[in-house]
Design a protein around this ligand. Structure first.
Ligand code: ADP
Ligand code: MG
Ligand code: MG
Length: 900
């Protein structure tokens, strides 16, 4: 079996991209090599070896030979030898999973430096300082990644070895009055390397290995093991990456960005990942290596004029300083974008004036950028309409609907400082200084802003729960910026005005001091940090041309109609602006709770006979007419499905002694009698009790009043020149006879109003299908219905026999132990509830081919469920106003997927 794949000198063992086997990094290194882009030669050990190692705790027998063979190929390409004393080859050992997990696993650079190879490398490079700089970096990475983390050596003082070494370095620098790592001389670095080795032995109890081959295998093993490291596991859980995938390991010739001032290392995006603008964007550092840019230890230089930030105003750009290399890099950028048809995130290193590419991957971006990039690339002809549509995830849409800081509040707010706008949008919360604290505070139900000097992969759990992230260091390509962007989180980085005292959990920001728990507000689009809790505001989607273009495209491709669930004209207007063309569910029960209404309602419930009941309920008519007038008008000419009264009557009765006394006072009914009525109405299982159409059947006057209100509102609107379209929906029907009973009343009222007002109007009568019996007898019910709307919440409850309000006690266990795959209240249970819906659709249409069918449960806004509803031929889904854009996209994607 082949476990090792070589790439180098324009050739690669893998003829086609194989991410599953080689991981994203390995597959792309091979691909760049094949494209003729300068990539240091190397080889990839497959993900299968990782799986093998995880299962058997050892490597497959052939691995060692295959590694040696590929190493020979590198040696001949580079004309250097691994472990050679005269001309040594150094390598990096890098992780790389199928899906990129930035910084979550380990990488060791400069592998192969030992007391025997050091003199050879000094002779070759003629740069002793560089060699010792590389050496001290190797000791740091190796002792941390291989010895402490993978070999599980326990540091003696409880502090991690990396931290111990950093203390040595910081002390050394301050003793010599150095501020930057670049101030360290050759002699300094030599001394530091010795101090490091002594410290490693002392703290970890083992000697740093002085043998190149031992280093190589130590590093390979450690990188494989990092797949099961804590950070990687957390990240996988958040991103839903299966742990069976495993990581690949890339062993690659080192190129050095730390060989003096003509060397550099950098990170770039082929387009601006914060806005999506089609501009090359990046950061770099001279005389630096590897993670220096991402780790944010120095303020990085801008790649070009466009990349300049408030922090890097006076720093030279690569474009200015070395235009020749910049031009080559810019060409590579274009080549890669054209090849991959997507925005790329690049790593590059310049060794003594020569450019090397070290990584390319699909760049993480926030929702706004994702949409802009997809629309632009479509216009540029780089991708098709369908590809553009499939690129956008529901999460992207969700992100751009996030709040921003209210500009009015912002005007008068106290601006504390400004940093780099790494993750747009607004966030407000109480400051905390560690990821652990962020989690603790969130558990207590608080909103937090996580404040750090810079973030590292160890912080991701805290970053995930925080409303926003703020760092003192790092640039637009730093770890914090990258992670926040991937999650669409508000984030400000590189705010040098921050001075954090972690021991006392306080911070000073431009002379103002803040403590843990103080409120701040971030404007991640501008980089502004404000004191206090500012109000946030909904985003202005109407002026977002890219969003509008995407939605228009989605509308062109989708088959499903998108309606909204709305109970008020305001909600209806909002949803309409977001693209809803109709209301799929307007609930009427909440309309009974305002003070003057609830007393009429209660009077009706307490009434002894029909006459007094009718008198009481008719008091509600004018209110209801106004309600329906508003909502029909807001949606006209689109349809509004109005559901007649649904909940059991006891929900409207008073609960407390005081409320009962008041009611008795208002109505003149004895309070004992009220209490006895409450007792009579009590039900042991209200969900299956006297509710839905059962109310209208027992008390036809309720149906009459509501129908009259609907039709009178309709008549009024028509006279005003509007085109209202009411659809009357009878809830909780289980048999055709129930629907027939109610339909007679509704039709009667419609005729009455038409005659009285001498006009005609269109309306529909239909039912909500939310009982299994209704699905099974849908052919009979459809004889009386012009539409069905599946109430999938109740249908799930009644099909599974789960009470949605009580599943919390066992659902997590059910999901954990895989008794159930998903919460059926979130995504439709296709095998059970879905089958019933299919049956209902098929039977319903068998007797009424014109039957209009939709869904109005929570599932109407869930992309997976939408895909299912599309596949069974429903006419529309209805969801809450804010889900409307997601539903439009999901419906279009469902159509595209079904055409594949
Ligand atoms: P990650 O997945 O965390 O980005 P990488 O494997 O890409 O980890 O490596 C970490 C850093 O080391 C990156 O900045 C990368 O460019 C640098 N690096 C990796 N391999 C080499 C190499 N062969 N020569 C020079 N720099 C390297
Ligand atoms: Mg890394
Ligand atoms: Mg990388």
């Amino acid at each position: 079996m082949k476990f090792v794949y070589y790439f180098g000198d324009g050739q690669a063992d893998s003829a086609v991209p194989q991410k599953e086997l080689l991981g994203g990094k390995g597959a792309n290194l091979a691909e760049m090599t094949r494209l003729g882009i300068p990539v240091p030669p190397g080889f990839t050990i497959t993900t299968e070896v990782c799986t093998h190692y995880m299962n058997d705790d050892k490597f497959p027998a052939q691995l060692e030979n295959q590694v040696l063979e590929s190493l020979l190929k590198i040696e001949s390409a580079m004309k250097q030898k691994f472990a050679s004393t005269s001309n040594p080859l150094l390598v990096s050992v890098r992780s790389g999973a199928r899906q990129s997990m930035p910084g979550m696993m380990e990488t060791v650079l400069n592998v192969g430096l030992t007391s025997k190879t050091i003199p050879g490398l000094i002779k070759q490079s003629d740069d002793e300082r560089f060699v010792y700089d590389a050496y001290r970096r190797l000791i740091t990475m190796y002792s941390d990644v291989v010895m402490e983390k993978a070999q599980n050596l326990k540091p003696k003082n409880g502090k991690g070895i990396r931290q111990e070494l950093e203390i040595i370095l910081d002390k050394y620098k301050s003793n010599h009055n150095y501020t930057e790592d670049t101030d360290l001389t050759t002699e300094d670095l030599k001394i530091i390397s010795e101090l490091y080795k002594t410290c490693v032995e002392d703290v970890l109890g083992e000697i740093f290995p002085d043998d190149a081959t031992a280093q190589l295998w130590g590093a390979i093993t450690a990188v494989f093991k990092s797949w099961n490291g804590k950070r990687a596991e957390t990240y996988r859980r958040i991103e839903n990456i299966p742990s069976e995938w495993g990581t690949a390991v890339n062993v690659q010739t080192m190129v050095f960005g730390n060989m003096g001032d003509t060397s550099a290392t950098g990170v770039a995006f082929t387009r601006n990942p914060a806005t999506g603008e089609n501009q090359f964007y990046g950061e770099w550092l001279a005389n630096a290596q590897g993670e220096d840019v991402v780790a944010g230890i120095r303020t990085p230089n801008p790649l070009n004029q466009y990349s300049r930030t408030s922090e890097s105003l006076d720093l030279p750009s690569l474009e200015d300083i070395n235009n020749q290399i910049y031009t080559v890099l810019d060409k590579v950028k274009t080549q890669l974008e054209v090849h991959y048809h997507d925005m790329q995130d690049l790593e590059f290193t310049i060794q003594k004036g020569r450019l090397w590419m070290l990584q390319t991957r699909t760049g993480k971006r926030n929702g706004a950028a994702a949409i802009r990039i997809a629309m632009d690339m479509m216009d540029e002809g780089l991708i098709s309409e369908n590809e553009a549509l499939m690129r956008i995830s529901p999460k992207n849409i969700d992100e751009i609907m996030h709040d921003t800081v209210d500009p009015e509040a912002e005007k008068s707010a106290l601006l504390l400082a400004t940093g780099l706008p790494a993750g747009p949008g607004g966030a407000t919360g109480q400051i905390v200084f560690t990821a652990e604290d962020a989690e603790k505070w969130i558990q207590k139900g608080k909103k937090v802003i996580l404040v750090r000097n810079e973030t590292s992969p160890e912080d991701i759990h805290g970053m995930h729960v925080a409303s926003g992230i703020l760092t003192a260091k790092g640039g637009m390509t730093s770890h914090a910026a990258l992670v926040a962007r991937g999650w669409g989180k508000c984030c400000i980085v590189g705010c040098s005005a921050l001075n954090i005292d972690f021991d006392n959990k306080t911070l000073i920001i431009n002379d103002k001091s803040l403590n843990e728990g103080d409120w701040v507000t971030l404007n991640g689009s501008l980089g502004n940090i404000y004191s206090g809790e500012l109000s946030l505001k909904e985003p202005d989607l109407e002026h977002n041309q890219y969003f509008k273009k995407l939605m228009a495209l989605a509308d062109r491709k989708r088959k499903l109609g998108i309606r909204t669930n709305a109970d008020s004209p305001e909600d209806a207007m909002r949803a309409r602006k977001l693209g809803a063309t109709g209301i799929g569910l307007c609930r009427t029960e909440h309309m009974f709770f305002e003070p003057e209404r609830i007393s009429a309602m209660r009077e009706m419930i307490l009434a002894h006979n029909e006459a007094s009941r009718r008198k009481a309920i008719m008091k509600l008519l004018p209110y209801q007419r106004d309600d329906f007038y508003g909502i029909l008008k807001a949606m006209a000419p689109y349809p509004v499905t109005i559901r007649l009264l649904d909940p059991p009557l006891h929900e409207f009765l008073p609960h407390t002694e005081e409320q009962i006394e008041n009611l008795s006072h208002e109505t003149g009914i004895n309070s004992l009698e009220i209490k006895s009525r409450i007792t009579t109405l009590h039900e042991s299982n209200p969900m299956l009790g006297h509710r839905g159409c059962r109310l209208g059947i027992m008390y036809p006057e309720i149906t009459e009043m509501q129908s009259r209100a609907i039709f009178e509102a309709t008549a009024k609107l028509i006279k005003e020149g509007e085109k209202p379209f009411p659809e009357v929906m009878i809830p909780l029907v289980g048999s055709d006879t129930e629907l027939e009973n109610q339909k007679i009343i509704v039709d009667q009222l419609a005729n009455d109003v038409m005659q009285r007002e001498s006009i005609t109007f269109d309306y529909l009568i239909g039912t909500m299908i939310e009982l299994p019996r209704a699905c099974v007898t849908a052919n009979q019910i459809a004889e009386y219905a012009q539409f069905f709307s599946f109430g999938t919440n109740d249908l799930t409850q009644t099909t599974y026999g789960f009470s949605r309000d009580d599943v919390g006690s066992f659902m997590p266990l059910y999901i954990d132990s895989k008794i159930i795959n998903n919460d059926p209240f979130q995504s439709i249970d296709e095998l059970g509830v879905g089958e019933l819906i299919k049956l209902g659709v098929q039977k319903g249409r068998s007797t009424n081919s014109k039957l209009k069918i939709g869904v109005c449960g929570e599932h109407g806004g869930d992309p997976d469920s939408i895909s299912f509803f599309n596949s069974i031929g429903l006419d529309y889904v209805s969801c809450s106003p804010y889900r409307v854009p997601i539903a439009r996209l999901a419906a279009a994607q469902a159509t595209l997927k079904s055409n594949l």
